[in-house]
Write a protein that binds this ligand. Structure first.
Ligand code: ATP
Ligand code: MG
Length: 274
């Protein structure tokens, strides 16, 4: 039941000297990573590092994943290589690609060279343009085969759930990685344990190519009410998965980009006229 030391809790801004954070560590653990990310956004680098020391590693990673790309990049620019590697290993590959893509090339290559099996997937993601399915897809999804029974599939999900981006949809692929069908977790758990996925899955799968743009993907998700969509190449080979939360954050980023400038432009014009 350790308290966050007062020495680290400085006012966020000099004009707001009264604002201090007084919280038990236990309480800190209850704050959602997205809210922690908001706090981190407000701090300068020094305070940020001091604050992060009070988070457990799960919280640090989840909060880092929720930060604005700009802030993530600022953090990774200054971070020791070893620490950077430890954190990058825990972040989803699409986040990693976004961050590395913004770092100086020598730093990016240095990190990629030292990353384990992750590097290959990240290198692949790095080649797609920002705002496309390719750039925001994850390569961490659960791969199932059509001949599996429901209970084998559930076993497979148990094994890989902690590292997969989503488990709500289960994609059935052949041994060469071509997408053959899909079923939802709900459909799987209500099915007979001995049924075979081939007999349960939907064969008409809605998918996007890596070049598909965020607004169009959002449109498809809204139309069908899907929480995720598979990304396939021209031949139908599965490349990745885009989830609705990634698409939503990208839409929100776009909206903020387009919403902010007119306000600034107006005040700038008024300023000049005086
Ligand atoms: P819940 O809504 O509680 O998550 P559900 O089974 O209704 O459970 P939905 O997300 O509503 O799941 O999906 C509806 C149906 O669409 C499911 O049968 C699912 O297998 C199917 N489905 C999911 N993704 C695709 C896809 N990319 N292409 C075609 N069908 C899909
Ligand atoms: Mg449903």
């Amino acid at each position: 039941n350790k308290l966050v030391s007062w020495q680290y809790i400085k006012p966020l801004e000099s004009w707001n000297a009264a604002l201090q954070l007084n919280m038990e560590k236990q309480q800190l653990e209850q704050i959602h990573p997205a809210d922690i990310a908001d706090l981190l956004e407000e701090m300068d680098y020094k305070r940020r590092s001091a604050f992060i020391e009070h988070l457990n590693s799960r919280q640090t990673i989840d909060a880092l994943a929720e930060l604005e790309l700009e802030t993530q990049v600022e953090i990774f620019r200054q971070m020791e290589q070893q620490q950077a590697l430890t954190i990058l290993a825990e972040l989803p590959p699409d986040e990693v690609a976004d961050i590395l893509g913004e770092l100086p090339v020598d730093k990016m290559e240095g990190l990629l060279d030292l990353m384990a099996e992750e590097a290959e997937g990240v290198r692949e993601l790095l080649q797609y343009a920002a705002g496309t399915a390719g750039a925001c897809m994850t390569t961490k999804y659960i791969r199932l085969s059509g001949w599996m029974t429901v209970s084998q599939a559930i076993g497979e999900i148990r094994t890989f759930a902690s590292t997969a981006e989503t488990i709500y949809y289960l994609y059935v692929m052949n041994e060469r990685g071509f997408l053959e069908g899909v079923l939802s977790l709900r459909e799987l758990i209500v099915a007979e344990e001995e049924s075979v996925l081939y007999d349960l899955m939907r064969r008409k799968v809605v998918a996007v190519t890596p070049k598909e743009t965020t607004p169009r993907i959002a449109g498809i998700m809204a139309k069908y009410g899907f929480l995720a969509l598979p990304v396939v190449d021209g031949q139908g080979k599965m490349l990745g998965l885009v989830t609705v939360d990634d698409i939503l954050s990208m839409l929100v980023e776009e909206r903020d980009k387009f919403d902010a400038p007119p306000l600034l432009a107006v005040s700038a014009r008024i300023g000049r006229e005086r």
